[in-house]
Design a protein around this ligand. Structure first.
Ligand SMILES: *Cc1c(COP(=O)(O)O)cnc(C)c1O
Length: 377
């Protein structure tokens, strides 16, 4: 079976991890600091904070931008909604609920499968507390257009809702020539096992300003500055926080995998370019839009197909795994109260399907996928 995801692990990881284990320093050490510095360098923004997973990162990001605290006055209690996309993994959305906020769904752009920016603009209201966007499959949303939407909202409403970008699937993706995490919002990457850059579980927060970065470095660990001398009890928690730091083992795995992820990204982009060309004109199969001012990471290759069950069955018979990654989040019972009509999503939800496109494909396997799809289902 050609897998739709595969774990990328550098050959020297076991020995490097063994060394960390023997060192006796498993948390709050030099490996996480080094990984953090290197990630900031590669993204081109030093305001970064590693965390134990992207879901923690999303939770902390929303907490910092839109969270509620019973001991602090809420400057805008009427703002209780977070606008977000239902076409994503649940890890994008449950942190909204974890912060005690309501979900307000925004429709999907059928051409890109990302959040529909026109619908987002329509739904920004005096109740909007924050916005979550997802670079689905590593296809960057047009962040320049998003900025214009926010500019207009600010003029209309007198405030600018803060945005959290879920970059979980987008390591290596760029928007208007710069890596995600450089466009004025808080951004969150995932280094979960099957993401291109893996730490075996981990995440990264990236901040647009020093103040939010400083707050995050404290609130990811109880609100305590690790460098304070706590032996005499002379430390103070001004803002309480969580227990989300990345440990030394995961950081070392990430450091070892960084260069590998860069090399593999080149290969999966080349695979995607081939699919772009060789899967043209297949009856019953539609591609997503691919604007040339943004470079995707191609975590998987999206297509929209007629008779999706038949398509997936036919490819499975030919030894090719496909996936739909996640159920549309608005259909879950837990959030039934938030349901509303989403015609854009309805028009693609039963047709989207994701093909293996990653670095592990051999030329023969890539050809086999093309031939199988072209033969019809
Ligand atoms: C993987 C993923 C997450 C969750 O990442 P973790 O690091 O496992 O918490 C969130 N959102 C999206 C879109 C993902 O693909």
């Amino acid at each position: 079976m050609i897998p739709v995801f595969k774990v990328a692990m550098a050959p020297d990881v076991p020995e490097r991890v063994a060394e960390v284990l023997r060192s006796g320093r498993l948390e709050h050490g030099p490996r996480a600091d080094a990984f953090e510095a290197e990630l900031g360098r590669r993204i081109g923004n030093p305001r970064v904070a590693t965390v134990n997973c992207a879901t923690s990162g999303m939770h902390l990001a929303l907490h910092l931008l839109a969270g509620r605290d019973p001991y602090r006055p809420d400057p805008a209690p009427e703002r209780d909604e977070v606008l977000t996309t239902p076409l994503t993994f649940e890890g994008s959305n449950w942190p909204i609920l974890g912060n005690g906020l309501r979900i307000r769904w925004v429709d999907t752009d059928p051409a890109t499968l990302n959040i529909d920016l026109d619908d987002l603009e329509r739904r920004i209201s005096p109740r909007t507390r924050a916005i979550v966007v997802v670079h689905w499959l590593g296809f960057p949303l047009d962040l320049h257009r998003l900025d214009q939407v926010l500019d207009r909202a600010e003029r209309r409403l007198g405030f600018r809702p803060p945005v959290v970008e879920d970059c979980a699937q987008a390591w290596g993706a760029t928007c208007h020539g710069r890596p995600l995490g450089n466009h004025g919002n808080t951004a969150v990457y995932s280094f979960q096992t099957i993401k291109l850059l893996t730490t075996g579980g981990g995440g990264l927060m990236v901040f647009p300003d020093d103040e939010s970065h400083r707050r995050a470095l404290r609130t990811r660990w109880f609100g305590i500055d690790r460098h304070d001398d706590r032996t005499v009890g002379a430390y103070d928690v001004a803002e309480w926080g969580y227990r989300f730091p990345m440990n030394e083992v995961n950081a070392e795995i990430g450091l070892a995998n960084l260069d590998l992820a860069g090399e593999l990204l080149v290969r999966q982009r080349a695979n995607a370019d081939r699919f772009d060309k060789e899967l043209q004109g297949v009856p019953g199969l539609e591609h997503t839009d691919r604007p040339d001012d943004r470079e995707p990471s191609f975590w998987a290759y999206p297509v929209k197909v007629d008779d999706r069950p038949g398509f997936m069955r036919r490819l499975a018979e030919a030894g090719i795994m496909t996936t739909i990654v996640a159920r549309r989040n608005d259909e879950h019972t837990a959030v039934a109260a938030a349901r509303e009509p989403l015609p854009g999503l309805d028009s693609v939800a039963e047709r989207v399907c994701y093909l293996p496109v990653g670095w592990w494909l051999t030329d023969e396997q890539r050809g086999h996928i093309v031939d199988t799809v072209r033969a019809g289902w």
